[in-house]
Design a protein around this ligand. Structure first.
Ligand code: 5GP
Length: 239
């Protein structure tokens, strides 16, 4: 598999065409942004951690019955994925209050919910990724009712499986963001990445944050936290 034309360069990844029109190569960068691009920086080694972590998690989820775009890891930073048309939604599942939830509703961080919550944001940088409800998603034709039903079902299954995965590694899955895409035949599959950039991961014993909040909030020890996640993901063979 060889890299062809650069198709897209985002904040954290580059995407290249390949000789196969149904496959793309994703290349993970060390660049980090937060607050809709207002804060910029570099997290040395992040691309390697996110590539490996995301691939292991996608492989794990695939085995648990959630279809994903993952095809094959090429090297430290590059992976072959299925080409999809991204559904322009951030699908956010929360098990514990934190981040924008705690801010919006004026609650403390760390309140454990009885059942997980689900929310959607409209992926639109110019608008700052606003929250959006299911009626508005359908009105704007961002996804159909059937697609939303599938996405909701997969999102909660991912939560259940990943809570178990992380818990076995001494980590609490606080919340996370997923993105989905459509294959050429319209099948909806999990796309983008699942990594410390897109999840809140707290050490189960100490509650230490082991994710991008260390960068967002200038907590220090950012690189160490990412490496800690890679260590824990790889130390125990992914089931
Ligand atoms: P919050 O809405 O509290 O800021 O984020 C909830 C969860 O979704 C966190 O795990 C956060 O990392 C993830 N998330 C939300 N929006 C984005 C985004 O634009 N980029 C990334 N990488 N993660 C996001």
């Amino acid at each position: 598999m060889t890299k062809g034309k650069l198709l897209y360069e985002g904040k954290a990844k580059k995407v290249f065409e390949t000789e196969d029109p149904s496959l793309l190569i994703v290349s993970y960068k060390d660049d980090a942004t937060a607050f809709n691009g207002e804060k910029k920086g570099t997290i040395v080694g992040k691309g390697v951690v996110n590539n490996r972590t995301s691939n292991l998690l996608m492989h794990y989820l695939e085995k648990k019955g959630v279809p994903t775009h993952f095809v094959e890891e090429l090297n430290d930073r590059e992976t072959v994925v299925k080409r999809v048309e991204i559904v322009p939604l951030e699908v956010i599942v929360r098990n514990i209050s934190a981040g924008s939830f705690a801010h919006r509703y004026g609650t403390a961080e760390g309140i454990v919910f009885d059942t997980p919550t689900l929310e959607f944001s409209y992926k639109n940088d110019a608008l700052g990724d606003p929250l959006i409800n299911e009626y508005h998603i359908i009105a704007l034709k961002l996804a159909t009712r059937e697609e939303l039903d599938t996405i909701r079902d997969y999102a909660f299954r991912v939560d259940k499986e990943l809570q178990a995965f992380w818990s076995a590694r001494g980590i609490t899955l606080v919340d996370f963001k997923l993105e989905f895409g459509r294959l050429a035949d319209g099948t909806v599959i999990l796309a983008d990445e699942i990594s410390p950039d897109t999840c809140r991961l707290w050490d189960s014993k100490t509650q230490k944050k082991l994710d991008k909040d260390r960068f967002r909030r200038d907590l220090g020890g950012v690189e160490e936290a990412y490496l800690e996640i890679l260590d824990r993901v790889t130390a125990k063979d992914a089931e």
